[in-house]
Design a protein around this ligand. Structure first.
Ligand code: 13P
Length: 345
């Protein structure tokens, strides 16, 4: 393990006011999103869409790293240039999703465990050879009556920690992603408590497995009101709950926290991230870690809908993608507002 290189890559992933673009939807997830937008669910459509994203001019001014999927990291532009080279030429660090998805957790009805540890060391070495310098593993935690269970939290935290140390062994910065899903009617406070409990166990396991905290990025959910909760918290309330939760459980050695969007609209995700950064800025202080983004849907959704699989819509889709990416750069500065939406549109 080259500790210095890992630390430098981790810091580079959250440097400046930029963030990460998650474009690592598995084929079934990508196909589901394509089906909703009337796009054919084919290898070529997925390739063309990823080419559209990667050739968006100016994207490198907004993102430091892009998370690819196994199919995508092996693909090329129409002219033969590899996607990895396009990223490197744009100054964007290539990353790769390495979990193989969530399965039912035995003995725990309604809960999931993320799979993919078997053979992971060799797969990570291959991805490093292909040019990846960071990786991602997503654990999924469901909230419902009596859930999440202790067993589910511990099993997922353990898998995340084992994945993280394997990544560091081969020189990849692990993005550690425990996602407490938004579904449910729980209050903001109930969800803050659950998120804190999950993160506390994730860091306990990272310590137990010997992960180097300086060479990783945390990718958590924001603490939000459940989607079905009658009272939806404001951006400021979300910011306060999320930041307080993170301050209690995320060591300052971690260089960056890059949120997932989890199904929030692009506008809400930007507003909430901005409110978090503004809290620190307004008090003249700085958070111990960069508060950044690693959104998929909250950056890509408008672009998919506008593209709709048609070449004629390509440029408009790229503009929509860039717009959302720029809104999130503004959010990192704590400067996102309705005016940002209007100005960049
Ligand atoms: P969303 O931003 O759409 O939640 O996706 C982030 C991600 O990488 C999911 O694993």
């Amino acid at each position: 393990m080259n500790a210095q290189a890992l630390m430098e890559t981790a810091r580079a992933l959250v440097a400046g006011d930029k963030g990460l673009l998650a474009m690592d939807e598995s084929n079934p997830t990508c196909d589901r999103r394509f089906a909703r937008a009337g796009i054919p669910q084919t290898v070529e459509a997925r390739r063309a869409y990823r080419e559209l994203i990667l050739t968006t001019g100016g994207l490198g001014d907004c993102i430091n790293g892009a998370i690819l999927y196994d199919e995508t990291i092996r693909q090329h532009k129409k002219d033969g240039t590899s996607f990895v080279k396009i990223l490197l030429d744009a100054g964007v660090i290539p990353g790769i999703k390495v979990d193989i998805g969530a399965q039912d957790l035995a003995g725990h009805p309604g809960e999931k465990i993320t799979e993919g540890l078997d053979g992971l060391r060799d797969r990570l070495k291959d991805y490093f050879q292909m040019g990846a310098r960071f990786a991602k593993w997503r654990a999924v935690i469901t909230m419902a009556d009596g859930l999440p269970s202790w067993g589910c939290i511990e099993a997922n935290a353990h898998a995340l920690a084992r994945y993280a140390v394997l990544c560091q062994e081969v020189g990849l910065v692990p993005i550690v992603e425990p996602e407490v899903l938004m579904d449910g009617d729980q209050s903001l406070e109930q969800r803050r408590v659950a998120t804190e409990r999950v993160l506390q166990r994730v860091f306990a396991q990272l310590h137990a497995q010997g992960a180097m905290l300086e060479g990783m990025i945390l990718k958590p959910n924001m603490a939000l009101s459940g989607l079905a909760c009658a009272t939806q918290a404001s951006a400021d309330e979300v910011a306060e709950a999320t930041v307080n939760c993170l301050l209690r459980v995320v060591p300052a050695a971690v260089p960056g926290i890059a949120f997932l969007s989890g199904g929030q609209s692009g506008e809400l995700a930007s507003a909430r991230l901005s409110a978090m950064n503004l809290r620190f800025k307004a008090s003249g202080s700085r958070p111990p870690w960069a508060l950044a983004f690693s959104f998929a849907r909250a950056i890509q959704q408008p672009a998919i809908e506008i593209w709709a699989g048609k070449e004629a819509n390509r440029e408009a889709a790229q503009q929509a993608l860039l717009h959302r990416a720029r809104c999130n750069v503004a959010a990192r500065r704590g400067e996102y507002s309705a005016a940002t939406e209007a100005a960049a549109a």
